[in-house]
Write a protein that binds this ligand. Structure first.
Ligand code: TZP
Ligand code: MG
Length: 218
């Protein structure tokens, strides 16, 4: 249904914890920022309710995710959920993204039975080599490329070398770079062989969403 490489272009990630800097409630802010981002051409959205200040109540998380999904559907942009496989299946999301510390990826592949697209976070070459031939994995999220303020337990940043090394090993999976990415980095990262850029703060904190997303795309 969605072309994975195109979908990775400008892959926006957010939850309420990333939207505390505006005037209204974090939930209203998230939906507002998401709609602005959709209007201006993001190619994917991942709902990631995680870390300090995130929502705790399951019902609230479900309702908010559903509202975000409804917005994404209106703009025909794929809707992903971070980590929470049950929530993704219940909502019939388009995809799920998991990290190395989440449930074992082969278990996830079995559990989702091809109903969801699947992304896996990669932080070093060994992880990429291990997962490169697993068919149910649709893309790798590679990073953190640069230092990030959006994830308190982020691994040390890996720079562009990891992307280059993955491509040198002839690993063909679609790649999206993540971590500390700003507009000015886009060209360099894409030239290393990435299919897109995954972004929290450069979008949530943008003062000019149209310009930001335009610059990330070009
Ligand atoms: N995983 C690795 S870095 C990161 C995640 C979720 C945070 C990216 O946020 P930002 O603000 O784009 O650096
Ligand atoms: Mg995770």
């Amino acid at each position: 249904m969605f072309n994975v490489k195109e979908m990775l272009g400008v892959y926006f990630i957010a939850g309420t914890q990333d939207c505390l800097h505006l005037e209204n409630s974090a939930q209203e802010n998230l939906l507002y920022i998401l709609e602005e981002a959709l209007k201006n051409g993001i190619t994917c959205f991942q709902f990631r309710e995680k870390g300090k200040n995130c929502l705790q109540n399951e019902r609230e998380i479900f309702e908010l995710a559903k509202k975000a999904q409804t917005l994404c559907k209106r703009y025909n942009v794929p809707f992903f959920i971070n980590d929470n496989i049950d929530l993704a299946l219940k909502l019939k999301a388009d995809g799920i993204h998991i990290g190395q510390d989440d449930k074992e990826v082969c278990e996830v592949v079995k559990q989702i039975q091809g109903k969801l697209l699947l992304g896996l976070s990669i932080n070093n070459l060994e992880q990429a080599l291990q997962a490169k031939d697993i068919e149910g994995i649709d893309y790798f999220g590679v990073g953190p490329i640069y230092k990030t303020n959006s994830k308190s337990d982020a691994k040390p940043s890996v720079g562009l070398d990891l992307i280059k090394d993955i491509r040198k090993q002839n690993i063909k999976k679609p790649l999206v770079a993540i971590g500390g990415i700003q507009e000015a980095h886009a060209k360099n990262i894409l030239e290393c062989g990435c299919n897109g850029l995954a972004i929290i703060s450069a979008i949530t904190k943008s003062k000019d969403m149209e310009k930001t997303i335009h610059n990330l795309k070009n």
